[in-house]
Each structure stands twice: as C-alpha cells, then as structure tokens.
Design a protein around this ligand. Sequence first.
Ligand code: AMP
Length: 215
Amino acid sequence: MRLVFLGPPGIGKGSYATEISKILGIPHISTGDIFREEIKKNSELGRVVKQYVERGELVPDEIVIEVVKRRLEQADCKKGFILDGFPRTLRQAEALDEITKIDLAVNFAAPVETIIERLSGRRICKNCGAIYHVKFMPPKKPGICDICGGELYQREDDRPDVIRRRLKEYEEKFKPIIEYYEDKGILVTVNANRHLKEVVEDCLRIFKERGLYNR
Ligand code: AMP
C-alpha cells in the first residue's frame, strides 16, 4: 500500500501517519523528520539542507527527490509506505510517479477554526521540548513542564493570525498537487475534524473499500 498523506499544518497528519503505519506495518516516511535527523547528525546532507530547513524554505526539488528515491529503495518499503510532507511541489509529485506507483493520496481536511484551536493551544517546554495543549493535553501545573519543570512557551507561528496566513499559503501551494491526484482518480478526502481514533478508522475503511487492505 503506497500512500501519500496531504493536509495543512496542524491537521494532525503526522499522528495519523504514525498510527496507520503501526496498524499496517509499513514505514511512515516524513521528509521533514529525515532532514532534522541529518541536521542533528551534521552529515553532508544535513549541512546542505540546514539553511533551508531553518528558514522554513523548501529544500530544492532535486535534493528532496533523491532522498525520497533512496529511502523508497530500502527493503522495509517493499510492502508499502506512507509519505508525509512529500510531495510539496508538482515536480516532486511527477518525480514520485517515475519512482513508483502511488495507490492513494489521502487529503485530511478540517475547518480553519478547528486547526486554529489545535495549534494556538500548543505549548512547548523551553528546556526539554515536550509538547502540551492547554485544552487537550494540559500540564499538571499551568505553564510548567510535567517532565522537567521547565517553562512552557508558545511558538511564534502558532498564533491565530500567523496560523491563518500559513493556512492560506498552504491552500495556494497545494491546490495543483491536490488537483494532480484528483485527475488521476486516486484522491480521497478524509474529515479530520474528529478524534484521532475515528479518523484512523475512516482511513482503514477507505483502504478496504478500495481493495488495498483486507483485515
Ligand atoms: P516539515 O516537518 O514537513 O514541516 O518539514 C520541515 C522542513 O523540511 C520544511 O520547512 C522544508 O524546509 C523541509 N522539507 C520537508 N519536506 C520537504 C519537501 N517535500 N520539499 C522541500 N522541502 C521539504
């Protein structure tokens, strides 16, 4: 089962991919995670992509495509994979089709207000990086990390006005990619305005309907 997960920042795409990857026994491949890992290791690739990732700019297509190509050649991808964060440009989507056949592109969608509620409540520990949510996963003491006692802060780009701008940018940038998969007849839209468990169940139901999954 070769899957592409699409959806705006804050929709919970990474969490859905993690859950579904466990259930299906296929790897969850996040290009953002690969880059962050390489930067941490200070590898040659890490040094090349660092400037882009730190500025929040797209890593050039030829680099990302090569990274994904190599990753998909690994043995654990034989049964399938979930791509998260790739493709991000039309060129990446076309290159992906040359590398392998994609079975389904899952587009996660939710009202803007839901995404704002999820992201604007997010708090991060200054010390250990643990993530909380003021409503959905509050720390025991407000503003203080349960794990290390560090001070919690809100990321600059998790503020409502910035979130609105990021969502608008996402919509403009991803329109051609969504249309690309729609034209191929392999796009499905999943309502992400529900609990994680329900979103995951809906995905599995769709995979079954499409004959991709039979458990
Ligand atoms: P993410 O965690 O998916 O938000 O990715 C973090 C950063 O990695 C992005 O801001 C980009 O700099 C880079 N990146 C990840 N995936 C891609 C991609 N498919 N194309 C270009 N750059 C990417």
